[in-house]
Design a binder for this molecule. Structure first.
Ligand code: ATP
Ligand code: MG
Length: 352
């Protein structure tokens, strides 16, 4: 799976707000890698709330067709979530994850020495297709009032593939002693979380992986103590894997450890496709001002490359970003600086 992709056909979906300001930065760093990667071909694609208000559709068929038929990767900017329910609108990012079977949401949270949260260097691998988020909810009226229930789905298949993705992630970081922490609550939910835990634990023994993960140490953490320990001793974590809802919560908690949302990247990954996406939203309060921090998008482009098997060029981007942060001279306002998006991009390009 990690053989380097020979072509880079990348769908670019800026979507809303600062997505339009940070995606060009991701494009620029990929182009700046020159011949160390296959020449990237970018295809601009529509989606998002702005597009919906103009056309009545949030995710055009053409975007899905181009992504599935022509691209091996994509970069997504950000969608604005309308504060009230809007008839006919549903999030294009959720739909894209489904249509492209992007079953893993991977979020590295790291920071550079001398900057806030400097001893954090972890990755959260979140299962993205099941758990409580299958949205099977019912409500009935009983003699004692309303009663609501939700179904929680955990399957061996989904747990196994997210487990493999997590072990791959642990290996890809090039650490001396990789550790994978399985996050669960099987002391209470012994059937569902028990299945998740057992299945992930069993991945290294699968015949098809041929001992590939034997060097990865497995640890476990109950989800509540996971959050506690992430705040008390964040440096102790390497890669964490979790079912959808716990993963949702701990990945935001992890992002908070390093300060600005403008720094944290992610990818949505499946077996045949990967989509980079900064963790932040469309930031309507600063959109159009040219001051959005492009680093989350730039790091997402680096992650995209990692998943397409181009590890060294990906590292080159990360090293350049780290150098800019460590120097601390050219920073956007969210990090206490006075520089603009373009100036931060130029500085990253200079370091590359
Ligand atoms: P959305 O509905 O799109 O999520 P939001 O109002 O929740 O919009 P976010 O994008 O989630 O906005 O951002 C939350 C806060 O963090 C905002 O104040 C925003 O300006 C700031 N922020 C987010 N991303 C960045 C960035 N890349 N650079 C600078 N500030 C950012
Ligand atoms: Mg938001």
């Amino acid at each position: 799976r990690r053989a380097a992709a020979q072509t880079l056909k990348i769908g670019m979906i800026p979507a809303d707000g600062i997505g339009h300001e940070v995606l060009p930065a991701a494009r620029a760093v990929l182009l700046a890698l020159g011949s160390s990667i296959p020449k990237p071909e970018f295809i601009d694609l529509n989606a998002g709330f702005e597009y919906f208000t103009r056309t009545g559709t949030a995710l055009p068929e053409e975007t899905i067709r181009v992504l599935t038929e022509e691209c091996n990767g994509a970069m997504f900017g950000a969608v604005s979530s309308p504060s009230r329910r809007v008839a006919g609108y549903s999030s294009p990012i959720v739909a894209l994850r489904k249509k492209l079977d992007l079953y893993a949401n991977i979020r590295p949270v790291a920071s550079v020495s001398g900057t806030p949260g400097s001893d954090v260097d972890m990755v959260v691998v979140r299962e993205n297709t099941e758990c409580l988020y299958i949205k099977e909810e019912t409500q009935i009226m009983t003699p004692n009032g309303k009663e609501a229930r939700a179904t929680r789905l955990i399957t061996e298949r989904a747990s196994r593939r997210i487990g493999k993705m997590a072990f791959e992630t642990a290996l890809s970081r090039g650490k001396q002693n990789p550790v994978l922490t399985i996050v669960h609550k099987s002391n209470v939910l012994s059937v569902t979380d028990g299945l998740f835990r057992e299945t992930v634990r069993g991945v290294p023994q699968l015949e098809e992986v041929q001992g590939r993960y034997d060097g990865v140490k497995i640890e476990e953490q109950l989800v509540d103590s996971m959050v506690y320990r992430m705040y008390r001793e964040p440096a102790t974590f390497d890669v964490a894997v979790a079912p959808n809802m716990y993963g949702d919560i701990i990945s935001d908690a992890a992002a908070a450890l390093v300060g600005s949302l403008g720094l944290v990247p992610s990818v949505n990954a499946g077996d045949n496709f990967v989509m980079g996406e900064p963790v932040h939203g469309s930031a309507p309060d600063i959109a159009g001002k040219g001051i959005a921090n492009p680093i989350a998008a730039i790091r997402s482009a680096s992650l995209l490359l990692t998943h397409l098997g181009h590890l060294e060029p990906a590292q080159k981007i990360n090293d350049a970003v780290d150098a800019v942060l460590r120097e601390g001279k050219v920073l956007t306002p969210d990090l206490g600086g006075r520089s603009r998006t373009q100036e931060v991009l130029d500085e990253v390009l200079k370091k590359m």
